[in-house]
Design a protein around this ligand. Sequence first.
Ligand code: ADP
Ligand code: ZN
Ligand code: ZN
Length: 731
Amino acid sequence: MLIVETLIEYATHSLDRPFSYIYKGNKKIERGYRVLVSFNNREIVGYVLSVKETDKNKEELEEELGFQIDEIKDVLDTAPLLTEDLLELADEVSEYYLAPKISVLQSMLPPSLSPRRSSLKAPKISYNQYVVPLDEDEEGLTPKQIELLRFISLEKKVLKRDIKSVSIVNKLLELGKIEIVLEEKRRLEIPDYKYEVPPRLSEEQEQVIKEFNESHDDVYLLEGVTGSGKTEVYLSLSEKVLKEGKSILMLVPEISLTPMMMEYFIRRFKNNVAILHSELTPAQKYDEYRKIAKDDCHVVIGARSAIFAPLKNIGLIILDEEHVESYKQDVVPFYHAREVAIMRAKKHKAKVILGSATPSLESRARAQQKIYHLLTLKKRINNQKLPATTIVNLLDYRNIDRDSYIFSKRLRMNIAQVLENQEQAILLINRRGFSTNVSCRSCGYVFKCPTCNIALTYHKTDNMLKCHHCDYVEPMEKECPECHSQYLMKTGFGTERIEEEVHRLFPKAKTLRLDSDSAKIKAKIPEVIEKFRKKEADILIGTQMIAKGHDFPDVTLVGVVLADIGLSMPNYRSSERAFQLITQAVGRSGRKEKLGQAIIQTYNPSHYAITLGARQDYELFYRKEMEMRKAQHYPPYTFMTAITISGKNENNVIQAAYDSVDYLNDKFKSDGVILGPSTPYIAQIRDQHMRTILVKYRLDDLAHDILKKYVDLFALKSGISIAINIDPYNF
Ligand code: ADP
Ligand code: ZN
Ligand code: ZN
């Protein structure tokens, strides 16, 4: 009989330890397998940590332990899911982020392989059925049968479903003339891009590559202005790493950027590339994951969780657009791909490159301290000039176009010009939907989300009100639910409203819209981007999703329709976000021969994030913002951790939150500042009440010890659970 130590699928701190089960069956079972077990009378999935033999029987064992021990109901795998190397990484991530280990394993593995119940129903391997010749003796066959048999012999292998005459195939199978072979199918269809000869590197690119290759540092920050050719640097370095027999992890922050990066890498490295991102179907993800695990490819392009791709012998990890916040997972285990990349690279003795035109303040500060090796590309390819940028002050009535409440005179004029020249424009706003809220003119009632208590956004295309914080939706009403007045007023505007305005003012203009609404439909993002690149539309309207990374040669105008959104948010990162949006947006304009223009409409024309963003002056912004952070004790000058306490009973939650603050104050003393408990913006999700505590500190190691002890102690309190978010973003 075997004693099996397993983690169970519930990702809470109080259950974050191995549970013992016994196994009497005869399937193979090892560390790294998933098993079916019962826990509190529910059938759940467990993850095996260790297996050992025992001479005792169940009764003797229970007698010795003093409690009942359950049997494993089934063994779900036939090979370990993760290599030892990834298991070690899981330990390290779980330790660093103070996250339940099972939550890290669940983040690492694709849905079909994840240690959780839902994986049981997830897709399995899919096969293609081929027919191959077995016996070429044509004796006794009809002419039609001979024809098909000869065809199969000539082709050597034919996909069975491609053969139209089903009855003849079946007859040949029956006669033993041919047989079926199964081959694993790759459910992700990869376009057949042709190889392209790499361009001659610019002097700056050469210089950066040389500096990188000659250095023995681990982590590099590649700070390159928009259009300076960072991608070509990644490709050149990758080529060298592949030649050395090592593999490459290429991370992009958002799914909208994968198609472009995919194209570049597939052109250069063909079948050696696998793709992993959240928009793949579970079946596609499963196939790609296994392709990587089988060592069938040596380049992986993917979003955040691809950092856990089962690549062997990694030589280089690249994070493009490293400043983008989607690299941070916003649920447990709250990891950041950058930190995990550095941990992982260390194990492989690989190098890490973080690339951006607007590095995050943290990364840039580390480069300043020589923790990261700073590499810079200062010039655009072919010395293309940065676009001429104009800030339009919306507070000045002279700038306002009386006929358009969305476009200033200047922006409207420039759009007209672009259309006349048959060039392209991008219009950006950080908000999707049609109008930001709907209220009653008679009594002032505002339509709000019942869960989040924030105003719902009106979406015109489907005539629905939607919450942009959760997934709540309701049909747009005809009258006010309070006073039954029919005078409902829509204020503010988003992407949909901008699109309508373009159509009203420029009826001939062809538009495309890209925001997370339109992106809900899979494959829509690459499709829209591709259409725009092929000039099937004149104007692309979208959210920040389109501001980053893309390379559209014919775009000569970028309009940021309202740059202020976000600046007023109570968040220490809001200036940084606004600066990044503007810089990235401006960087989309005039990337090829044509000189570009950028128009930024704002109510805060003198805010440094806006003026410096318009000038693409990262260096000055960096210095200024660092001063602000220093004065206000925010990262990168301090570290932060957010603690969320949740539970069904609000009083218990509040009590535990106050106890936590007392505990932490007592331990941190003058080495930390404990803020809260506070009631979060969204204070209740389903039946769970929440309170948050923010801890700011300067000594990382000390804080880690204190927080670890805190979790161990408080996680055991009944009725509450604790989530730790190290380096949180939304505070
Ligand atoms: P970044 O990511 O730094 O904004 P990209 O990598 O998108 O810039 O490069 C901008 C454009 O310049 C792309 O169209 C790219 O193909 C082109 N490019 C890059 N390097 C070279 C080079 N050495 N010679 C010619 N064109 C180049
Ligand atoms: Zn009303
Ligand atoms: Zn909501």
